[in-house]
Ligand binder design. Structure first.
Ligand SMILES: C[S@@+](CC[C@H](N)C(=O)[O-])C[C@H]1O[C@@H](n2cnc3c(N)ncnc32)[C@H](O)[C@@H]1O
Length: 249
């Protein structure tokens, strides 16, 4: 991430915006830059660049694999999604943080929410843009290119697991900053120990770096960032997941 800053964004050159109206999300200039304290050699390195490049290469394969494995009846996070939807206002402005190929974002858009998919990987966003044309933006959850108090909902599934543990407070404070006081956060990440590279099961010779969370630590960080925990659960699938529904306090 060293070098001259690259300005964000949009895949087709347009600034992505949701529908017109006073709920427009202001997307602000964003630069790649060190998001972590890389000047401290005692801290583990940030592998976001490597993960981004991997997702650029495997985006289509990821989308196809997800398409096969996630149906409405076996969706692991169905309960979280139902609770999230139940609390959102009509036409809510929602950002899917780490949207990947945008399957969740597309479902929310079909419900009439004003959805933007945000992701670090341009390859993933290119896939997401097929169902969310003009509504994708490249960005890092640790430094969101979004004005403060703009969002009714943040949906973030299986993306915090690629952010180093030490950057969790940055992500949560960005989520808190961009949510309205009446907003809602739905967060899902993997539980476990440590940080490691793992092979991608459906893409030979590709690997991604994961950082696992401890439930009590994560819930404490959510509260410290200015949220009240409305609900939380643990769900077993291909990993052990924690789901958190939280509201700004
Ligand atoms: C496992 S995929 C999950 C995609 C989607 N949320 C889903 O449930 O299918 C993880 C996604 O998080 C994105 N990601 C990783 N680190 C990120 C960061 N710091 N900011 C934004 N997106 C990030 C990756 O590019 C990838 O698209």
């Amino acid at each position: 991430m060293v070098g001259s800053p690259r300005v964000l964004y949009a895949l087709e050159g347009d600034v992505p915006r949701p529908d017109a109206g006073n709920a427009t999300i202001r997307i602000e200039p964003w630069h790649y830059g060190p998001m972590t304290s890389d000047d401290n050699p005692a801290l583990s390195p940030d592998h976001s660049d490597s993960n981004r490049a991997t997702y650029d290469r495997i985006a289509q394969r990821y989308a196809e694999t997800q398409e096969k494995s996630r149906t409405e009846s076996d969706d692991l996070f169905f309960e979280l999604e139902s609770s999230f939807i139940a609390k959102l206002p009509a036409k809510a402005v929602v950002v899917d943080m780490g949207c990947g190929p945008g399957m969740d974002s597309a479902r929310f858009a079909a419900r009439g929410y004003r959805v933007v998919g945000l992701d670090l990987s341009a390859g993933m966003l290119a896939v997401a843009a097929r169902s969310l044309p003009g509504r994708v933006v490249q960005g890092d959850m640790r430094a969101l290119p979004i004005g403060s108090h703009r969002l009714d909902g943040i949906w973030s599934v299986a993306s915090l697991l690629h952010v180093p543990e030490r950057d969790t407070p940055k992500v949560l404070s960005e989520f808190r900053r961009t949510l309205r006081s009446s907003g809602l956060l739905a967060l899902v990440t993997a539980l476990g120990e440590g940080e490691s590279f793992e092979e991608v099961p459906y893409a030979p010779n590709e690997e991604r770096w994961f950082a696992y969370r401890h439930p009590e630590t994560l819930l404490g960080q959510v509260v410290d960032a200015g949220f009240r925990i409305d609900a939380q659960s643990q769900v077993t699938g291909n990993r052990l997941w924690i789901t958190v529904l939280a509201s700004p306090i």
